[in-house]
Design a protein around this ligand. Structure first.
Ligand code: GYE
Length: 329
């Protein structure tokens, strides 16, 4: 493995050459930085921006790392390019936040052949040989989404007419990403269990506000107002709110029920104000966890193969000023 070695040789040379005759010669010092290539999905959402910040802060020079960062702009081929560049640069570790689950075998084989450990963050990779990556850290997407769907079932049951038909509009994230697959599967399973629930449409908002707004706007032009909108992330929920606002359709308390994932501060504050009904948390602060994994590997220890971050659901009553102030994303 390569290390970026900063020898204070030039300093010593200056001393020897007599340029700084009054400064006493220090023993030769060595600073070793661990080089990490990080292939990030993009900057599509507030969650993603917070995730990038967390990674940059943890894998900083101060903490002993040299971070090579690549923004793939939500394209897998850009991630392939970035990883191959990291391999050429002979980095010590590769961190990959994969855009989708499939298609990683070859490039991960190349990293393995170069003897570079790969740590996966956030979404998962589907590979035949799990030894192709060292460790994964992220959310239990299915568990949190099942909890959100259970909340919806309870909320609908508590309505005056629990047997009324429920029309659900479903805003999906990037197709084939773990966050999309598992959040979608939870809702689909919920709909299969409840005869009264109908998913009226599944719109691809690609986890962005702009796309969700466009899709919802077009949908509302030709369809009845849904009872529930299930948004697979906060930014798509903001896009939905924009489209509903434009048509003067009420949402939140007394209007269309809005469910969203991530629970970034802006979404939590809408939730506290009764505009969003449920925020299902997804924690983006993976930087310290990735740093800890690398440090374990440096010590020759074996990190957990998979580690999940703890998360919870929020409704208005649970959102205090202190929570909003202390929320760093
Ligand atoms: O929910 C969304 C982001 O993969 C958990 O990606 C992540 C998702 C997150 O764009 O906001």
């Amino acid at each position: 493995m390569k290390r970026l070695i900063l020898l204070f040789l030039s300093f010593t040379l200056l001393l020897l050459s007599g340029c700084m005759p009054d400064v006493r010669q220090t023993p030769e010092e060595e600073t070793t930085l661990i080089t990490v290539g990080f292939s990030q999905v993009g900057a599509e959402s507030d969650w993603r921006v917070a995730n990038t910040k967390s990674m940059r802060e943890s894998l900083s020079e101060e903490n002993g790392f040299e971070l090579l960062f690549d923004n793939a702009r939500q394209k897998q081929e850009n991630q392939f390019k970035a990883i191959r560049t990291f391999i050429q640069q002979d980095v010590d570790y590769i961190v990959l936040a994969p855009v989708t689950e499939t298609g990683w075998e070859s490039v991960l084989e190349e990293a393995r052949a170069a003897d570079i450990p790969v740590i996966i963050v956030d979404r998962q990779v589907e590979v035949s040989d799990p030894a192709l990556y060292t460790s994964w850290v992220g959310s239990d997407f299915r568990k949190t989404a099942d909890e959100a769907v259970a909340w919806l079932a309870e909320t609908l049951d508590a309505r005056e007419e629990p047997d009324a038909q429920v029309q659900i509009l479903h805003l999906q994230g990037t197709p084939g990403s773990t966050a999309q697959l598992q959040r979608s599967a939870a809702l689909e399973a919920g709909a299969a269990r409840h005869e009264t629930w109908t998913i009226t449409a599944q719109l691809n908002g690609d986890f962005t506000q702009a796309k969700a707004y466009e899709e919802t706007r077009a949908y509302l032009q030709g369809n009845p107002v849904p009872d529930v909108v299930y948004c697979e992330n906060d930014n798509m929920c903001f896009g939905v709110m924009q489209a509903l606002d434009e048509r003067g359709i009420a949402y939140g308390t007394g209007g269309v029920t809005l469910i969203t994932f991530d629970a970034v501060r802006t979404a939590l504050s809408y939730c506290r104000d009764g505009k969003i009904d449920l925020c299902a948390e997804c924690n983006p602060l993976h930087g310290p966890r990735v740093r800890a994994i690398i440090e374990q590997l440096e010590r020759g220890e074996t990190p957990e193969k998979q580690s999940y971050v703890p998360e919870q659901l929020f409704t208005a009553g649970q959102i205090t000023d202190e929570l909003l102030e202390s929320r760093i994303y």
